[in-house]
Design a protein around this ligand. Sequence first.
Ligand SMILES: Nc1ncnc2c1ncn2[C@@H]1O[C@H](COP(=O)(O)OP(=O)(O)OP(=O)(O)O)[C@@H](O)[C@H]1O
Ligand SMILES: [Mg+2]
Length: 473
Amino acid sequence: MIKSIRARLTLWYVAVFSVILAVSGFVVFSQLVESRYQRLDSRLELAGRVLAASLKHEIEEHEGKAPGEASFRSVLITIHQLTFPAQAVTILQANRTVGQKPDSLARTVARTAIQESAAFTQQTNPAHWSEHGWRYSALRLSLPVHGEYMIVSGESEQETEREVATLRRAFLVGVPVAVLLSALGGYWLARKSLAPVVLISQTVESITSRNLERRVPILNPADELGLLAQTFNRLLERLGTAFEQQRRFMADASHELRTPVSVAHTATEVTLDQPNRTEGEYREALQIIDGQLRRLKRVVEDMFLLARADSGAVPLRPSKFYLDELLADTAAAARVLGEKLSVNVEAAPMEESLCCADESLVRQMVMILLDNAVKYSLPGGRVSIRLGRREGLYEIFVQDNGPGIPPDAQPFIFNRFYRADPARSRSSATSGGAGLGLSIARWIAECHHGDLRLLSANSSGTVFCATLPTSVA
Ligand SMILES: Nc1ncnc2c1ncn2[C@@H]1O[C@H](COP(=O)(O)OP(=O)(O)OP(=O)(O)O)[C@@H](O)[C@H]1O
Ligand SMILES: [Mg+2]
């Protein structure tokens, strides 16, 4: 089994090339050989026709068979001897030899050949055949009154065979040389065309998590390997972004976890510093620690949920429920939260809306939006929740009349651990968020094939819109 693609390509190339060369070589060789023999036959036929014309002419001119034949014989040994030096010629009538070209170069047509010719010419005129290294042609000439003559001409096949042998030699040497050259050329070509693959694999091999910014060189962006290199580069781009996000997530997460731990630790240290504390002081310290532990618990739960969401490990448990009722419930829960901050929470009247989704996740999503609306409103503010329906989607609008979100912060509010105003968010009486709420809410909307958008956020307030499909599975 050959492992290298280069060698396999070369072998395939050579195999296909050899077959093509062998087939076309065979066809060309056969054609050439045939044409050589056709040329020989044409020469013999021409000689036969000239002699026939000459015999006919002599008989007609001398107005008699015997004087005509005698005159023809003298023409045969003079003119025709020179015209057809390489051919042997015999003219017969029945078994009588009318004339024969005495030949030093050629030889007298063999007797067997003459008999053969008689048999042949029964069917064809002229007839051709080979015998003992000679090629023969026999032509019948019928002269009214004088009877039928047979002109047999022959020529040695030696010259033609020599030509054929030369051709065969040329093919036998030429074909292997061509195959060898094609193998070398094919290997060079395969090596050259696969060079970018080697380069790509070497570069990819050298890339680790530490140098994800490296890119595969693109030699020709238009060809297949250029496209492969571009695909690798896009993959590296995505990996780089994912790694960067992961790194940032880890840094932000450790920061978020460190703060409550160090606050609780400081509270414990300060309290234990002095041996005699009052109950009130211990209670106060424990309240601080409890607050930080709650915060820690929430952040850890949110991070855990996001981590499971990323790995696809949160199973959706869809069930049928009325979305209007769920919104009314969450609005009631948010109202309790709002009372503490003097924020009024209202739910607009909603018509019955049957929905099929993971109820507890949808509740969490709505609660995140209401929690933000209440948390970021000013005392005396108003928060409202409304349910709409459009093109197969439920639209949940959560609106407040708080201070809005600065335009430069708006693109980032769905990022993990992002807070538009960290100081204010954290000092918020309710929780001191970690900046994970909106990313969780968006993930919940998206895993239900819906989405979550910020519709508007200016000084007159903020509106978020979450959509969920109305189709009930
Ligand atoms: N209704 C709103 N009005 C004003 N700003 C908002 C509103 N909703 C979100 N934001 C801004 O978007 C940021 C991100 O919100 P998100 O809910 O993701 O985080 P958080 O509320 O700070 O923390 P968490 O939700 O994890 O407790 C918030 O810090 C806040 O600055
Ligand atoms: Mg929030």
